[in-house]
Write a new protein. Structure first.
Length: 113
């Protein structure tokens, strides 16, 4: 299984969003029950992109196969799927202890200590 990554870049108002939505619509028409797809957009554009995608898809065909993610949400999803989300987080006290230990270990290398 290979994944395809395509970047569409350009200035504001040049039709990037329209091109993405058209391509997504065409692919979903061909394979409405095919592989899941991700439309990665800037964080502030997720709602607008979901709405535009819903309008572009006729009768919602394939809508459940598409995820519209901002970068943060994609990162969180990856962590959830790979188990990285369940790693224990370090507390403020733990962070201070770790930082002090690092400073002590490297005190000779530091000009101000």
């Amino acid at each position: 299984m290979t994944a395809r990554l395509e970047f569409i870049i350009g200035r504001s108002g040049t039709g990037k969003t329209h091109d993405c939505l058209t391509a997504m619509r065409d692919v979903l028409r061909e394979e409405p029950l095919g592989r899941q797809r991700i439309l990665l957009v800037p964080e502030h554009m997720t709602y607008a992109a979901e709405r535009a995608l819903a309008e572009a898809l006729t009768h919602g065909a394939g809508f459940l196969q598409v995820y519209v993610f901002g970068f943060r949400r994609l990162a969180r999803q990856v962590l959830l799927e790979t188990g990285g989300e369940h790693l224990p987080r370090i507390s403020d006290i733990g962070r201070r202890i770790l930082l002090k230990d690092i400073l002590l270990q490297h005190s000779r290398e530091l000009s101000v200590f």
